[in-house]
Structure formats: C-alpha cells, structure tokens
Design a protein around this ligand. Structure first.
Ligand code: PLP
Length: 229
C-alpha cells in the first residue's frame, strides 16, 4: 500500500485520462470513494487528501461512521451504494445525497412516503441487473422500462439515473456499461423531465476506465483507494 493520498492521486489521474481519451470533460465524472469495511480514520485520511464524496453499502456500519468523532467537522457527502430494503429506507433518507441501490417499485414507494413525511426530496438511482446473473440485485432492463412511468409519478423523490455492477469479465463488462447507457437513453424518452436523468453509476476498481468510455458519471472505487477488504 502506497497510502491513501497517493492512491487517490493516481485514481483521479486515471479518471481524468480516461475521460479525456473518451472525448469527455473530466469534470463530468465524479469519484465515489467506497469506504465500506474501512475505519473512519481512513475516511479522514482521504478527506484530508481532498476527497469529499464517499459511498457506503452497509446500513449499520454507515450510521456508526456518520457519527464517528474522527469525522466531526468534516463536510462529507455520502452516497448509499448498497442494496436497500424497504425497512431500511427510513434510516438512510436525509443522510445521503444519493441512493444508488433501489431495485423495486415498492422500495421507491417507501422512499417516497418517507420523503413526503419529512418534507424533503430524495434523489435515487435504479439498480439494474445488466449481467443477467441470478446472484445479483437489480431490476431487469425491461422491467425498469415498464416501471419508469410509475416511478416518475412518485412524489418527494427524483430518479436521477441508473446504477449497475458489471460482470467480472472486462469485455463483457464494457458491453453491459454500454447497455446501461442505452437503457438510460430509452427511459429518458419516457420521462416528463429527461434533464433530471443525468447519472450513470458504473465502474469499480477493476473496470472504471471502461465505464467512463461508456458514459459513467459516477465511478465507485474502493479497493484501489483503501486497499483490500
Ligand atoms: C464494494 C463496492 C464497490 C467498490 O468495489 P471495488 O472493487 O473495491 O472498487 C463499488 N460498488 C458497490 C456497489 C460496492 O458494493
């Protein structure tokens, strides 16, 4: 391990280069530092190196870290990137600026209910199973298209785009990233406010450059910043 600050420098450079190589503005890709299983001290180290956006997957762990004394006074932005069940929605809402892992209409409905109750708006992404692997979470693409009309009508929440976890095989992963972008384009044509659908959350430590080539706006990188879990 070279240390978190130098890992971050390297990853930012690679994100920048991948965006440029794809003819994209590097500022159109945001780096989500995935800190799950890592202690607050490491998040602090990343924050001191200029990283403000972090992603967590496990609710209990996230809630503990949010309030950790080590992070007091740090202006962090959190995304919840794990799979979110309906009964966990109330604990996450209001604490994160984006929820990546919604994959059921019923969960979105619960999110809507909780947002309305609190008088706030919650932004979320729909998780899509682009690989077809039965072990993965996520809506099937056709299911997402069919659900979109219902989702757009839910008050208090805004669908901002799509998220996926791709197959381990790099060539396959790139096809899946492209398919996610095409699906977002298709869903936009159904949307009352297509301009809100700006986000493609795709790409992790092993495949973020391919994801950027295919249009990722949020890359979720853990291991390459914080080391093995
Ligand atoms: C853990 C995790 C990541 C980060 O994966 P790395 O391979 O460590 O970069 C990204 N996205 C999700 C949803 C995760 O759970």
């Amino acid at each position: 391990m070279e240390g978190i600050a130098s890992n971050l420098r390297e990853i930012r450079q690679r994100v920048h280069d991948a965006a440029r190589a794809a003819g994209r503005d590097p500022s159109s890709v945001r780096l989500v530092a995935v800190s799950k299983t890592k202690p607050a001290g490491m998040i602090r180290e990343a924050f001191d190196a200029g990283q403000t956006l972090f992603g967590e997957s496990y609710l209990q762990e996230f809630l503990e870290k949010c309030d950790d004394a080590e992070l007091e006074g740090c202006r962090l932005e959190w995304h919840f990137i794990g799979h979110l069940q309906s009964n966990k929605v109330r604990s996450v809402i209001g604490r994160v600026s984006l929820i990546h892992g919604i994959d059921k209409v019923s969960t979105a409905e619960e999110l809507s209910k909780q947002a309305v109750k609190r008088g706030i708006n919650a932004d979320y992404l729909l998780e899509i199973n682009t690989s077809g692997e039965a072990t993965k979470y996520g809506m099937q693409p056709l299911e997402a298209k069919a659900a979109a009309e219902t989702l757009f009508r839910l008050p208090g929440i805004t669908l901002r785009g799509l998220m996926t976890i791709a197959s381990p095989d790099p060539a396959q992963a790139e096809t899946e990233f492209r398919n996610l972008r095409l699906l977002l384009d298709a869903i936009k044509t159904q949307a009352p406010h297509p301009e809100e659908l700006t986000e493609l959350s795709m790409g992790m430590s092993g495949d973020f450059e391919a994801a950027i080539r295919q249009g990722a706006t949020l890359v979720r990188v853990g291991t390459a910043i914080f080391g093995w879990r």
